[in-house]
Design a protein around this ligand. Structure first.
Ligand code: TYM
Length: 394
């Protein structure tokens, strides 16, 4: 933990996060009103409401995206367990932008990373990778404009790139960005995530890339930007769009598979309607008053209320409806129980639709075929870092 009373790294998020302070620590920029206005319309609520609140080189990406020039998005997943609501934020946002601007979207899966940093066996990570991939496919990306990469399955392209980048990441760079490595696999991994972030440019040629992620992932972007600057591969430094976290049900902090207190459940993408209602009713931290009478008199605090925060972050897209909910909660007309019902209903409906699309998928192998890098794309990326394959020799 830093002197500021919180920690945000890709491997630890704890304490009460001061999001402005994180930007100072990381050296990223707050999104400006002008930048928000430059996003393609309708501007996604995640941007309008500043859930994505900061970034790096957002302007360059927006210029290319709005001018119809080549641009790409990279966002990914480390398959360490079942996916929860927090994980869908960058994915559904990437899909929205792809629909608006026809962006290329690259979606890497760091199964190696999760083996290095968790206690899961390779078999467990493999099983989670398959489950998570189905969730990713259920989001509904355009197969012609999207590539899905799994580190260990696409090692023929990821490993040569990561190897090319690894000498640019010294031990002290690692420590400054992430703390002590758990093992040598972990120490190598930033070169792998750098390969993910530069891959669209290595395949398609130099162009602006945006990486929408939770702010915890920003150290990977920083390390990659340094590599891009040092290695002179004729690539742009990847830009980033950084989000605040969807809160855990028990209050501020990051929704994750293990809650702040360790006892509060998380809402998973596989939860059914009844489970969502039960979790919200029993566990969602309320900004309301202890009794109905007091609530009617004094009103509630939407900023502290997790149900309101979930609606605000993602699950109520209509600004007018959200304003009304906030007003009525503040003045006591809307009770905590009623607010919980609204949040639970919105989340359950979202999950119903997600799960319906997931059920309709074909086998994973059949689905993934349409999203794999082609041989030509792999070869192109390898050549761009100076690697030549020995196909003719083996
Ligand atoms: P992972 O699997 O830990 O998280 C995937 C994405 O979900 C975001 N996230 C959240 N966002 C909002 N609220 C939350 N409560 C919440 N919890 C998680 C994370 O910030 C992340 O954006 N190393 C990566 C996977 C990866 C990757 C990449 C991501 C590999 N290559 C390239 C982006 C770009 C990881 O372990 O993410």
């Amino acid at each position: 933990m830093t002197d500021d009373g919180f920690t945000v790294t890709p491997y630890t998020v704890s304490g009460e996060i001061d999001y402005e302070n994180v930007l100072e620590q990381f050296g990223a920029d707050r999104l400006t009103d002008e930048q928000i206005a430059r996003f393609p319309t309708p501007v996604h609520p995640l941007v309008r409401r500043r859930v994505f609140y900061a970034g790096r080189d957002v302007d360059r990406f927006l210029s290319a995206a709005t001018a119809g020039e080549r641009h790409s998005i990279v966002t990914g997943r480390g398959p360490s367990g079942a996916m929860h609501l927090g994980h869908i934020i960058p994915l559904y946002f990437a899909k929205h932008l792809q629909q608006q601007t026809n962006a290329l979207v690259y979606l890497p899966f760091s199964d190696d990373e999760k083996y290095f940093v968790t206690d899961n066996s390779l078999e467990e990570i493999g099983a989670q990778t398959r489950e998570n991939l189905r969730d990713l496919l259920a989001v509904g990306f355009d197969p012609d404009r999207t590539r899905i990469i799994v580190d260990t399955a696409d090692a023929d392209v990821i490993y040569p790139l990561a190897a090319a980048f690894a000498p640019s990441v010294t031990g002290s760079t690692f420590e400054a960005a992430y703390g002590q490595p758990k093992n040598i696999g972990h120490a190598f991994y930033p070169a792998v995530q750098a390969a993910h972030l530069l891959l669209p440019q290595l395949v398609e040629g130099r162009h602006p890339t945006l990486v929408p992620i939770g702010v915890d992932q920003d150290p990977h972007v920083r390390v990659c930007r340094d590599i891009a600057a040092k290695r002179r591969y004729d690539v742009d430094k990847p830009g980033a769009l950084l989000s605040k976290f969807l809160p855990s049900l028990d209050g501020p902090g990051k929704m994750s598979s293990s809650s702040n207190s360790g006892t509060t459940p998380t809402i998973y993408l596989s939860d059914d309607r009844e489970t969502v209602f039960e979790k919200i009713h029993t566990h969602a931290y309320s900004g309301g008053q202890p009794t109905v009478d007091e609530h009617r008199k004094h009103g509630g605090d939407p900023q502290a209320d997790v149900s309101y925060q979930l609606l605000h972050s993602f699950f109520e897209a209509d600004d007018d409806r959200l304003d009304r909910i906030e007003r009525e909660y503040r003045n006591g007309a809307l009770l905590s129980g009623e607010l919980k019902e609204m949040a639970a209903d919105a989340i359950a409906s979202f999950l119903d639709a997600h799960q319906r699309r997931r059920r309709r998928l074909d086998s994973l192998e059949t689905e993934l075929r349409r999203y794999r890098l082609t041989e030509h794309e792999r070869e192109h990326a390898r050549r761009r870092v100076g690697h030549s394959t020995f196909k003719t020799m083996i």
